[in-house]
Write a protein that binds this ligand. Structure first.
Ligand code: AMP
Ligand code: ZN
Length: 470
């Protein structure tokens, strides 16, 4: 399998550290409001990549963090007059709900920065001991870029470019930097901000050290793959390498994968520019699987421009997939057990060719665009070559292929969501009330669970039972 490695700037063969296992870290969102569909791009493309690794039989240890201490969270908390953790906990919950809607497999671990402060302090202390960091008179700890001759090896930037890319150059208290490229590992608290005790001052960690520590703790000092959006190459990932390698003396990561931006009108979708759609905006209009198909319709490193036309194309494609699986399921329930016909044997050979195309595409640096094309070919063959005369073996085999590739790898659910009508819900609730009256609590609980599985929550109130969609 080939991966385009940002550091080597070319496609290289993927060889894991440990046979059959992959240790992968994906930088997650800063949780101060609902995630937008730009944030959804790394989530979806790397979830798909992980699913493909699992399809190939790898055991994947997949870690993705939540950045839950940050100026933006603190500002949002001040605006609402609540504690920062009220904001971060709320948006972690909302983010997990969006992830579930988008069928993103939960990570093996979703660490939160605020729960890993002790480990960060230890790592910073190691960097000071190793001569890679220094403490300024106000207690700020800086990483010394001059102490690291390899600094810049990921982004391949020269010093001028680095200077212009610095996010935190003007943050107050940074006047004491020895070199403008030095970056913060620990900063003193400000009035009204969350803080932790440390050997240097009461304060909080810089952003970059979070990921270095969470990656080390959950995946070890050297990992296989580190991923995120391309805006993270510099300074975030460059700094992670400097910190992790400075602390451990070992290579930090073997492969660096970065997704291109999701744009609107060819400009990056971003919260700070205000030109974004939340995942929630989109999923109120489209099935989340349509968003998934749209995002995977481009190779992950290329820019992808969001448009209604492309979303509608993805919607039509999703409908085609669902119509095909509906038809196959219907045929399967009636099909006869009989020998495969010659036509069916030919169909199988054709589909096997498209399965190879699908795998070749995924082996070629996670090329989901070509993998989707292979799926559409399979759907075409399945539609054209099946009818009431088809053998059960052929129909079931087609269903299992679609299930493996579409549900399994692309993460696009092929079971049609059956929206329950309000009156059907009410009928079930009446039946549950009757069951309770008759002291048939087993049946009553069954109905509650059935409704719950469809996202309908019951509340017993004085005025009777009320229900809402969760
Ligand atoms: P943030 O919350 O801004 O740190 O972003 C979380 C993740 O989303 C990072 O991997 C970013 O690189 C990625 N990201 C943010 N905006 C976009 C965008 N418009 N297109 C693609 N990825 C993005
Ligand atoms: Zn990170």
């Amino acid at each position: 399998m080939k991966i385009f490695d940002t550091m080597q700037r070319r496609k290289v063969d993927f060889v894991p550290i440990e046979e059959g296992k992959v240790r992968m870290y994906v930088c997650g969102p800063t949780v101060y409001n609902l995630i937008h569909i730009g944030n959804a791009r790394p989530m979806i493309v790397f979830d798909t990549f992980r699913r493909y690794l699992e399809y190939k039989g790898y055991k994947v240890n997949y870690v993705s963090n939540f950045t839950d201490v940050d100026d933006k969270i603190i500002n949002a908390a001040k605006e609402e007059g609540v504690a920062p953790e009220v904001i971060s906990e709320r948006y972690i919950r909302e983010c997990k709900r969006d992830m579930e809607d988008m069928n993103i497999e939960p990570a093996t671990v979703h660490p939160q920065a605020t729960k890993e402060i002790d480990g960060m302090i230890e790592m910073i202390q190691k960097l000071i001991d190793n001569g890679h960091a220094y403490v300024a008179s106000d207690g700020t700890v800086y990483f010394s870029v001059a102490s690291d001759p390899d600094y810049g090896k990921l982004s391949h930037k020269n010093m001028d470019e680095m200077m212009s890319g610095l996010r935190d150059l003007k943050v107050s208290g940074e006047e004491q930097k020895k070199d403008p490229n030095d970056f913060v590992l620990w900063k003193p608290k400000k009035e009204g901000e969350p803080y932790w005790d440390s050997p240097w001052c009461q304060g909080r960690p810089g952003w970059h050290i979070e990921c270095s520590e969470m990656s080390r703790k959950y995946l070890g000092e050297t990992i296989d793959i580190h991923a995120g959006g391309e805006d993270l190459i510099f300074p975030h990932h460059e700094n992670e390498i400097a910190q992790s390698e400075g602390a451990s003396g070992k290579p930090f990561c073997h492969y660096w994968m970065h997704n291109g931006f999701l744009n609107i009108n060819n400009r990056k979708m971003s919260k700070s520019e205000g030109n974004f759609f939340t995942v929630r905006d989109i999923t109120s209009q489209y099935d989340p699987m349509v968003l998934r198909l749209f995002i995977l319709s481009a190779q992950y490193r290329t820019p992808l421009n969001f448009s209604k036309e492309l979303m509608d194309q993805a919607k039509a494609a999703y409908e085609r997939i669902l119509n095909c699986t509906d038809k196959l399921k219907e045929l399967s329930s009636k099909a006869e057990e009989k020998e495969l016909s010659e036509e069916e044997k030919k169909g199988m050979e054709a589909v096997k060719g498209f399965i190879r195309d699908f795998e070749d595409a995924m082996e070629d640096d996670n090329n989901t665009a070509n993998a989707e094309s292979a799926v559409y070919e399979i759907i075409r063959v399945a539609n054209a070559g099946t009818d009431a005369d088809s053998s059960k073996e052929y129909v079931d085999w087609l269903l299992s292929v679609i299930h493996k590739l579409v549900d399994g790898v692309l993460g696009v659910r092929t079971d049609r969501k059956t929206e329950m009508l309000d009156e059907d819900i009410e009928k079930l609730i009446e039946e549950r009330q009757a069951a309770r009256k008759a002291k048939n609590f087993g049946r009553a609980d069954e109905i509650r669970d059935q409704l719950l599985s469809m996202g309908i929550v019951l509340e017993d109130t004085r005025e009777g039972v009320k229900w809402k969609k969760a």
